[in-house]
Write a protein that binds this ligand. Sequence first.
Ligand SMILES: Cc1ncc(C[n+]2csc(CCOP(=O)(O)OP(=O)(O)O)c2C)c(N)n1
Length: 356
Amino acid sequence: MLKTIEKFEVKYLQILDENGNIDKKLKPKLNNNDIKKMYEFMVLIRIYDEIALKLQRAGRLGTYPSLRGQEAIQIGSAFLIKDEDWIVPSFRSEGVLIYKRIPIEDLYAVFGGDERGYITNKNIIPFAIPVGTQMIHACGIGYSLKLKKKKAASITYFGDGATSEGDFHEAMNFAGVFKLPVVFICQNNQWAISIPVEKQTASETLAQKAIAYGFEGIKVDGNDIFAVYQATKEALEKARKGKGPTLIECFTYRMSDHTTADDASKYRSKEEVKKWEKKDPIKRLEIYMLKNKITNQKYFLKIKEEAEKKVNIAVKKYESTPEAPPDDILKYVYKEFPENLKDQLEELKLRKELAK
Ligand SMILES: Cc1ncc(C[n+]2csc(CCOP(=O)(O)OP(=O)(O)O)c2C)c(N)n1
């Protein structure tokens, strides 16, 4: 006997296309103020990002990974995260944190090597620099929420490259078996440094990987804030109701270099980047707002000016914060400092004294 056990399908969701046309049947219930709020945060994080790149080039910030092009994913999903949910981010998802009111100066400080501002009382884990480790943490948190019978979810962000890590598969399997309240947001920006997504997987989509672990995966247009919003809404509601995890593959493009230590022009064409500029998530929302008379050009300019002001104030705060004491390097890692590190710490302190 040979029979089909089950048929699977992977859905692709786009609500707002690149010309600003909306699918009326799929349009989420958002009022004009919600849409403006989304737009304002997308602009704020774009300017945060542009200024971060300038600060790094001027030697005023360490290595920085740009989030340009991924604003719709980060704001569209963050819009729905409640304070009792948990955010488990990657190094390219600060837009979510900014939406959840982590001060911009604290994020600049992290990229400047000072993580003190990161110690918050919010349900937000410091972003993971190792690729993919955070997905397992999200499951641990999800498991705890389930055991405590909380109506909350954990939401984790990662790139397409992270889906090749064992951690991804362990996390997905664990989440599926235990029906955890976890939402996996894959920011498929099609590049993991210089490795294109085609070299990452032979699957047609990343979303379909969820099927193997027994839960739903959906692919959405990651430059369409309404699609990201809708898919995240359904996934979070499902998780909070105890109905298990979801994988959302947000298809987008990494508009900048991998980080400021990279030069993407060495491995991808200008034409490819240009093609994606036309799909810009912020421009797309602007076209939609103008078409539907939600606002006008003057408002766009005002929002950009306000965002620049906010970010410039954050830069001043970041740069006027006194340096962290050298002890901080070890304080959060060791209860008692090992002898060899104690010596190094003394040397560092001495050098700092001499440099004064
Ligand atoms: C475990 C681990 N391996 C390698 C690296 C080096 N590294 C940093 S980012 C990156 C690529 C990540 O690509 P992806 O998951 O697609 O995320 P993106 O950078 O595109 O947001 C690599 C290999 C690392 N940080 N951690």
